[in-house]
Design a protein. Structure first.
Lengths: 359, 395
């Protein structure tokens, strides 16, 4: 196998596939990426058996063939070469990477040991605008759990809402729901949030084809594909958590609130809640940390409802307000021990619900 | 909920050695008993209250004790047994909170601030500890409660025998004033003589003395320290040994565990016990740590940090199971298995609420109450039964 390509293009395809490679993989071969050269293209595959990323690049092919090379080392080697053309070749158990003078040599993995991975199954796929999909992933991934002890909560739940695609996450302290009203879809499944975050990073502005099957979710664009094994288990019945009516409503400028949360967070750190006293004249925001100090401020807002004080984890609140794409944020509350619901004013496609902190 | 003002408890076992002897020799109950050696230079290590009323005290030569109280039964000391019982005393106290500072085999300071969600008052905590010691070990203890260590220690003396004495916050000076200066820490014979020269007999006298004069006579460290104590200034906090605020449960097995199913069951039992100890201590766990020792004595630990602190055995168990995957425990014989937490957070701190109803929290709390009333084995997980009961129609 022997090809020539521009350094930056090579780094892009190698690193994107390489990010699917597990750091603690039990199988040494999975520390490598599979490179196949055929026709005029080079395909790179990285997998940890749960998530698989395939990338593709048009290259100058001097000799067709396949190899498995150490993912991190090879990517970093190419990255460190001078800008310009790079030659990558595999021969007699050795990978050689050269360009502009320097020459790297690495031991090749046995290509026969690489697991057989099926092609992405895009049956019933729907097409989604890349930037819209990436934004939606960003909005829901904030509320997903990263705790491996609760695997179900580390997924993004795909389902239908009135025939449209809906994505839901919860870490049991908050819940994010995003509808994609422009996407007609009938697919249900729990996709690892880790895979979707990876997808959002490399999706670009192109369109993405999305298919959630029985065991696997597949995403494909002109830049390559990503498949992810679905998480098994049933997602919590989240619909019952969303209140039906909201007696108390605050409408507040998103940026003003974010800035205030940011100031309070300086003192709050993670485990100290931010207190919000909601009253006609606006929000009195305060945080007090024993042995350190505190911060208070008034945030202009419209409030209709009973005066009350409710407290939230500063990071959870910041995640929710930050995920809203609107000039004004609506915060609906019932009482200091019931969930608060955040939405953008004038937009119904995103909802972020968070439980308060009991003082 | 108001914090406990009198948050320092001083637990002092009553006539500890004598009471331990009485536990294994019931015929000694109700009699005057002196624990001490038989040699000519032996002294009294511990005397029962019956002997004390005749003037017998610790440190007194045995011969003198015999003269004062001729009918007293003299028992030679068995320090191994006292050490063993002392461990059990600390286990019982440790079941309430890990914030325990051992002073000697039969004496400890406890910071009970974390227990305010479980007990209505400091006195209720003290009575709880006393009745647990009585129920589990048959040993009487006296407890003093106060805002500072010094006052708590003096109060436990006033509580004796077999009682509780609380010095309410704000009344420390008044309480200390009539006490003899000897009762203060750091007042040995030499210091006492020098204080006497100054005409100081009581703590009140000491407190009334100008600090500067005292410092000039006794030096900054001793003079200043005594004056601070006498005026109720005692900032020392309860510092558990090693200051490691951790709770753990572990067990070494007689035969190595090779069956994963047994491993899981043991882990579940450990998680339950850990949760129970956390709950009693008024803590929630921010982390969980798994410890595995293989048959060749190599030991590995793995830890997990929760997104939010947890308190249920169920949460601890699930996290520990995930950690078990990161060890070779399912493929190698296991000699020791333990789980613990060193990320203790006071349960009374602001708590992030959960979206899902926390029915397990409530359930485990009820289980705990049943165990308090009917004993540890009264109720438990079906999976942990050695001999599961048969249900009608159950094949």
């Amino acid at each position: 196998m022997r090809i020539r390509a521009e350094r930056d293009d090579l780094v892009d395809v190698l690193s994107r596939a390489g990010r699917a490679v597990g750091v603690r993989s039990p199988m040494p071969i999975l520390q490598g990426v599979l490179v196949s050269v055929e026709g005029r293209s080079m395909k790179v595959t990285g997998t940890d058996l749960d998530v698989t990323v395939r990338t593709e690049l048009e290259v100058e092919v001097m000799e067709q063939g396949r190899t498995v090379m150490p993912a991190r080392l090879a990517t970093e080697a190419v990255r460190k070469l001078p800008a310009g053309a790079v030659v990558l070749q595999a021969e007699a158990g050795e990978i050689e990477i050269t360009g502009g003078g320097p020459r790297f040599r690495f031991r090749e993995f046995n290509v026969e040991d690489y697991p057989k991975i099926g092609e992405p199954d895009l049956t019933g796929a729907v097409t989604v605008e890349g930037s819209e999909f990436a934004a939606a992933i960003g909005q829901v991934s904030v509320a997903a759990s990263t705790d491996d002890a609760r695997p179900i909560l580390t997924g993004v739940y795909f389902e239908n809402e009135a025939g449209k695609l809906r994505m839901v996450t919860t870490d049991s302290y908050r819940l994010a729901v995003r509808d994609l009203p422009s996407v007609d879809a009938h697919m249900v499944g729990l996709v690892p949030v880790r895979a979707l975050k990876e997808l959002a990073r490399s999706i670009g502005a192109s369109t993405v084809r999305v298919a959630v099957g029985d065991r696997e979710a597949a995403f494909a664009s002109e830049r390559g594909s990503l498949t992810a094994r679905l998480i098994e288990g049933s997602f919590p019945n989240y619909r019952q958590l969303i209140p039906e009516s909201y007696p108390n409503r605050v409408v507040v400028g998103r940026d003003a609130l974010l800035e205030a949360i940011d100031r309070a967070s300086l003192v709050a750190e993670d485990h100290i809640p931010i207190r919000m006293t909601l009253q006609k004249s606006g929000i009195e925001l305060s945080v007090t940390r024993q042995d350190v100090g505190g911060e208070t401020e008034h945030v202009e807002a419209e409030y209709s409802g009973e005066e009350m004080t409710i407290a939230f984890n500063s990071r959870y609140l910041n995640d929710g307000v930050g995920a809203i794409d609107a000039e004004s944020v609506i915060l609906d509350v019932m009482d200091p021990l019931k969930p608060g619901v955040l939405r953008g004013e004038g937009s119904d496609d995103y909802l972020y619900l968070l439980m308060p902190v009991r003082l | 909920m108001e914090p406990f003002l009198e948050r320092i408890a001083h637990v002092d076992m009553d006539a500890f050695f004598v009471e331990v002897e009485r536990q294994r020799r019931p015929e000694l109950r109700g009699k005057a008993v002196v624990v001490g050696g038989a040699g000519p230079r032996s002294v009294v290590a511990s005397a029962s209250y019956e002997a004390r009323t005749r003037g017998v005290g610790s440190g007194m030569p045995i011969g003198q004790a015999r003269r004062l109280c001729p009918h007293a039964v003299v028992v030679p000391p068995d320090h191994r047994e006292y050490g063993r019982m002392s461990e059990r005393v600390f286990e019982v106290i440790g079941g309430f909170t890990p914030a325990v500072e051992a002073v000697s085999v039969d004496e400890a300071f406890i910071d009970i601030a974390g227990l305010r969600l479980l007990h209505p008052s400091p006195v209720a905590v003290a009575e709880g500890i006393r009745s647990a010691l009585r129920a589990e070990l048959g040993l009487p203890a006296s407890i003093g409660l106060a805002t500072t260590k010094l006052v708590a220690k003096m109060a436990s003396r006033d509580a004796k025998p077999d009682g509780v004495h609380i010095v309410p916050a704000g009344s420390e000076q008044e309480y200390l004033r009539p006490k003899k200066v000897r009762a203060l820490w750091g007042v040995g014979e030499a210091t006492y003589a020098r204080l006497e020269e100054l005409g100081i007999a009581t703590v009140g006298d000491l407190a009334g003395f100008p600090r500067t004069t005292l410092v000039a006579r006794l030096g900054e460290s001793l003079g200043g320290h005594l004056w601070d104590l006498a005026t109720g200034r005692d900032e020392r906090s309860v510092t558990p040994a090693g200051e490691a605020r951790s709770i753990s449960v572990e067990q070494t097995y007689d035969t190595d565990i090779t069956d994963p199913e047994v491993l899981h069951r043991e882990l579940l039992a450990h998680a339950d016990r850990l949760a129970s100890r956390l709950r009693r201590a008024g803590f929630v766990a921010a982390t969980v740590q798994l410890k595995v020792r293989y048959d060749d004595f190599t030991t590995v630990t793995r830890s997990h940090t929760f997104q939010q602190p947890v308190s249920t055995g169920r949460d601890l168990y699930h996290a520990a199971l995930t950690l078990l995957d990161r060890t070779a425990a399912r493929h190698r014989p296991v000699r020791l298995l333990g789980i613990g937490t060193d990320g203790l957070v006071t349960a009374a701190d602001p708590r992030q609420l959960d979206l899902a109803p926390r029915s397990w929290d409530d359930l485990e709390e009820v289980v705990e109450e049943l165990r308090d009333r009917f004993g540890r084995d009264a109720v438990g997980r079906a999976r942990l039964l050695d001999d599961p009961p048969e249900f009608p129609g159950d094949e």
